[in-house]
Design a binder for this molecule. Structure first.
Ligand code: FAD
Length: 505
C-alpha cells in the first residue's frame, strides 16, 4: 500500500477540553477541504468538566484560532487572572502572590532579581509584590489589558483567564464545526490495528460505525483508550513526589465581584482552589487519599466556601505522571490521556495547547517519519518535567510540619533537576530559565521566595552597579507600579463595561 503523501484524514477521539481544542486548532490551521477531521465523543461517558484556570500562553492559542477575546470571555462566563495567591503554604497565616508579567525590569545585563537580592541583604528592598504590576492590581481587585510599548508598568501586565469548562468546550465546538469538523456521537468499542506496523486503522463505535483515519488523536481522558489501552504506552508514575490522588469539587455562589486571581490555600493533606467566574465560583480540595478520607475532604471543603454550595460535591480520582510516550505510531495523546499533574499552577490546558503546537510543527505525512515522533516525545517530556519540578517546589520548600503529610513532603528527596535549581538559588539567588521552558524567572522567583527559600549571596553582576543606583532604580519601580495600579479600573467594571459581561452580585 502506498503510504506516501500528505495526511488525508484525522480522527480525534474525545470531546472534552482537549478534543475540542485540537479540533478547533487543526481545522483552523489545516482547513478541512484536503484533510477531513472527525471528532468522536460519547455523551453517555461525558467529560471531566473541571479545568477552569489558565496561564498567559493561552492568549496565543486564542490568537491562533482568531478568537475575539471579549466574546470568548463573555461566552464562557470568564474572568481575568493576574496570578495565583498562595495562602498558608509557607506556614499557616502566611500568604504570597505568584504574579504573571514581570517584576520591574532588568538593568541591562543585571537581572532584576540580582539587584533585589543585593538590596535585600543590605536591608533596603521591599517585598517582591511591590515591584509587580500584576500583584499590585490583584491586591486592589483591578484589571486592564497591557498598554503596549513604553516603560510604564502597564506594559508589563500579564494575564490569563478563568472560564466555565463546559461553556469553553461548547464554544470551541462551535468554531470547529463551523470550520468543517464532523462530530460523531457514540462510544468507541473497538480499536482496529493494521499489520505489520501496528498503526491504528480505525475505531469502531458501539453502533457499528467504523471511523478510519491516517492520524488519530487520543483525547479520551484518563483512560487513554488509544495510547494506553490499544497501543500499550506505559505510564511513568510521579506520586512519590506528588502524592495527591483525589479531588473533591463543588461550585458555590459568588459572594462579591470575581477576584482577578486564583487562590490556592494549603490544607492538612493537600490544598484548596478557588476560581472566580462571573456566575459562580469553582472550588475544590486536592488531597492524598492515604492521608485524608473522602468524607474529611468534603467536610473541609464545604466548611471553607465563601458562598453557598450550588451542587453536591463531586469526587475525582487521578494518578500523577505521564505517558512514557505521547506519540506512538500514528497516534498522538493530548490532555488527560497524555498524563496529569494536579492543577496547582493551572498547567494541564497549557499542555494540551503545547502538544497541539508541537504536532503542527511536526505535522507528519502518511509515511510518519520516526524522527518526528522521537523529537515530539523528547520535547513534551521536557515540558512535563519542568512543570513537575515547579509543582514539587511548592510542597517541598515549606516550614509546615503540622501534619504527617507536610512533614513527609518537606523532607523528601526531590528530582536532581530541582535540587540543583534550589542549590543555585540558595547560593546566589540566581534563576536560570532552561531552553524555552514554560515558567519564567518571575515565576521561579515568586515561588522560591514565597516558599521561604533564602539566598545567602547575590549574583556578582549586581555588584557592577553602585548599591545606591540599584536602590534608586527599585524605589522608582515600586513607586510607579503603585501609581499605575491605582489608575486601573476595577476587575468587575472592566468585565461589565468593556466585555459586556458580569452577572456577579
Ligand atoms: P475529558 O474531559 O475527560 O474528556 C474525555 C472525552 O473522551 C469525553 O468527551 C468522553 O466522552 C470521551 N470518551 C472517553 N471514552 C470514550 C469512548 N470509549 N468512546 C467515545 N468517547 C469517549 N487544567 C487546567 O489547565 N486548569 C485547571 O484549573 C484544572 N483543574 C483541574 C482540576 C481537577 C480536579 C482535575 C482532575 C483536572 C483539572 N485540570 C485543569 C485538567 C483539565 O480538566 C483537563 O486537562 C482538561 O479538561 C482536558 O480533559 P480531556 O479533554 O483530556 O478529558
Amino acid at each position: 500500500m502506498n503510504r506516501d503523501g500528505p495526511l488525508r484524514s484525522i480522527a480525534i477521539v474525545g470531546g472534552g477540553t482537549a478534543g475540542w481544542m485540537a479540533a478547533a486548532a487543526l481545522s483552523r490551521v489545516l482547513g478541512t477541504q484536503r484533510i477531513a477531521i472527525t471528532l468522536v465523543e460519547s455523551e453517555e461517558i461525558g467529560t471531566i468538566g473541571v479545568g477552569e484556570a489558565t496561564i498567559p500562553p493561552i492568549q496565543s492559542f486564542n490568537a491562533l484560532l482568531g478568537l475575539d477575546e471579549d466574546e470568548f470571555v463573555r461566552e464562557t462566563m470568564g474572568s481575568f487572572k493576574l496570578g495565583i495567591e498562595f495562602v498558608d503554604w509557607l506556614r499557616p497565616g502566611h500568604r504570597y502572590f505568584h504574579p504573571f508579567g514581570t517584576y520591574g525590569v532588568d538593568a541591562g545585563a543585571v537581572p532584576f532579581e540580582a539587584m533585589w537580592h543585593r538590596l535585600r541583604q543590605a536591608g533596603q528592598a521591599q517585598p517582591l509584590d511591590a515591584y509587580s504590576i500584576c500583584a499590585a492590581a490583584a491586591a486592589g481587585g483591578r484589571f486592564m489589558r497591557p498598554v503596549p510599548g513604553g516603560n510604564s508598568p502597564l506594559s508589563h501586565i500579564g494575564y490569563a483567564f478563568h472560564f466555565d469548562a463546559g461553556l469553553y468546550a461548547r464554544y470551541l465546538r462551535r468554531h470547529a464545526e463551523a470550520a468543517g469538523v464532523v462530530r460523531r456521537e457514540g462510544r468507541v468499542g473497538q480499536v482496529i490495528r493494521r499489520e505489520p506496523d501496528g498503526f491504528i486503522e480505525a475505531v469502531v463505535l458501539a453502533g457499528g460505525e467504523r471511523i478510519a483515519a491516517d492520524l488519530f488523536i487520543d483525547c479520551s481522558g484518563f483512560r487513554g483508550l488509544l495510547i494506553g489501552e490499544a497501543l500499550g504506552a506505559g505510564f511513568e508514575d510521579w506520586s512519590a513526589w506528588l502524592p495527591n490522588d483525589r479531588a473533591v469539587a463543588v461550585p458555590s455562589a459568588n459572594n462579591g465581584p470575581p477576584t482577578p486571581f486564583t487562590r490556592s490555600t494549603a490544607r492538612a493533606a493537600g490544598w484548596q482552589w478557588r476560581i472566580p467566574l462571573q456566575h459562580r465560583t469553582g472550588n475544590g480540595y486536592v488531597y492524598a487519599s492515604g492521608d485524608l478520607s473522602d468524607d474529611e475532604a468534603i467536610a473541609t471543603l464545604l466548611a471553607n466556601l465563601e458562598g453557598e454550595a450550588l451542587a453536591e460535591p463531586r469526587l475525582l480520582r487521578f494518578r500523577t505522571g505521564r505517558r512514557e510516550a505521547f506519540w506512538v505510531g500514528n497516534c498522538v495523546a493530548l490532555g488527560l490521556a497524555s498524563g496529569f499533574m494536579e492543577p496547582l499552577e493551572s498547567t494541564s490546558i497549557h499542555l494540551v495547547q503545547a502538544g497541539i503546537a508541537r504536532l503542527l510543527e511536526m505535522l507528519p505525512t502518511r509515511a510518519f517519519e520516526p524522527a518526528d515522533t522521537r523529537r515530539y516525545n523528547r520535547l513534551m517530556t521536557a515540558e512535563f518535567e519542568t512543570i513537575r519540578d515547579f509543582l514539587i517546589l511548592h510542597f517541598h520548600a515549606t516550614e509546615r510540619d503540622d501534619t504527617a503529610y507536610w512533614r513527609r513532603l518537606r523532607t523528601m528527596a526531590v528530582p536532581e533537576t530541582l535540587a540543583e535549581r534550589i542549590r543555585i538559588y540558595r547560593a546566589t539567588g540566581r534563576i536560570f530559565r532552561e531552553a524555552d521552558e514554560l515558567f519564567t524567572r518571575t515565576s521561579w522567583l515568586a515561588v522560591m521566595d514565597g516558599q521561604g527559600l533564602c539566598a545567602r549571596g547575590h549574583d556578582p553582576l549586581a555588584a557592577t552597579m553602585p548599591l545606591a543606583d540599584a536602590a534608586g532604580r527599585l524605589d522608582r519601580i515600586a513607586h510607579v507600579t503603585a501609581l499605575a495600579a491605582q489608575r486601573m479600573p476595577s476587575h468587575a467594571d472592566f468585565i461589565s463595561q468593556r466585555i459586556g459581561g458580569g452577572r456577579s452580585p
